[in-house]
Design a protein around this ligand. Structure first.
Ligand code: ADP
Length: 257
């Protein structure tokens, strides 16, 4: 399988490799759509490790991660959850949006994040030592805006942390071209739009234009959708449902593409 495309924006590849060698868990922090998941996919491929991704949400509990007893006919049989499977086989386990998960998930991962490197399965009364290749990676969207959950300092301080943000304009344009085949001039225009919208704090957007939204717009444009329509549906509409900001953003984008 060919390597997933990832354009480095700093020293994140070196940091990840060193963290991996030293058995340190890694926290990728930054807004949505800034390449965190793509980076983990790329690093897992580069290190030749299996990647197990767990997308955490409000209902994600330690049972979902660690495992549960299932009824099979008249018997109950134990089934490892994805975290336990990764701990046993030596995978990279990626807990995407870890702060969204229930608190018992954080409790369950603590012994995996320090020198113990073990997972306690309370339902089996058993501790599983992590395979030497096991690595824990988590992502977190820092709560600059209301509505996002925080991660406790006692948890954060167990990870080596890498900050992700929007790439520099030339790198971001390059990503759009590589990902979608859109032409370079349109890629630059999309990046300029994003640069402008990202400064408009007065619109009160919860999240601003991510690289992901630009990739979507570029993909639609490369596929032949009229440019203004592509920007409206892939960039403006996903950002807000309020009519005034939608109108203001649409006017602005129409001028810029
Ligand atoms: P996150 O996990 O931070 O929410 P993703 O990794 O899913 O974001 O990134 C969203 C999309 O943006 C990816 O699918 C990819 O197309 C693009 N992307 C963002 N940053 C990069 C990068 N540095 N290199 C390559 N693609 C990127």
């Amino acid at each position: 399988m060919s390597a997933p495309y990832y354009h480095a924006t700093g020293k994140e590849e070196d940091v990840f490799e060193h963290a991996c060698k030293n058995n340190l868990p890694v926290l990728l922090k930054g807004p949505t759509g800034t390449g965190k998941s793509r980076f983990v996919e790329y690093m897992a491929h580069r290190l030749g490790r299996q990647l197990i991704t767990i997308s955490c949400h409000e209902e994600t509990s330690s049972t979902d991660l660690v495992g549960r007893f299932l009824l099979k006919g008249a018997e109950t049989v134990w089934q490892d959850g994805p975290l336990t499977a990764g701990v046993r086989t030596g995978a990279i386990v990626y807990l995407d949006e870890i702060a969204e998960a229930r608190p018992d998930v954080i409790v369950a991962i603590h012994p995996l994040t320090d020198h113990r490197r073990e997972l306690f399965i309370d339902k089996l009364g058993e501790s599983v030592k992590a395979h030497p290749n096991f690595m824990l990676v988590a992502s977190f969207n820092p709560g600059y805006q209301k509505g996002f959950k925080e991660l406790k300092p006692s948890t954060r301080q167990r990870f080596v942390a890498l900050a992700f943000t929007y790439p520099a304009p030339d790198i971001e344009a390059n990503i759009l071209v590589q990902e979608t085949g859109v032409d370079a001039t349109d890629a630059q225009k999309l990046v300029r739009i994003a640069g402008k919208v990202r400064t408009l704090t007065e619109l009160g957007l919860t999240e601003t234009v991510s690289t992901r939204l630009l990739v979507d717009a570029a993909r639609l444009i490369a596929g032949g959708l009229p440019k203004r329509l592509a920007v409206k549906v892939a960039v403006v509409e996903p950002l807000t449902d309020d009519l005034e900001p939608v109108a203001a953003l649409t006017d602005l984008c129409n001028l810029m593409i």
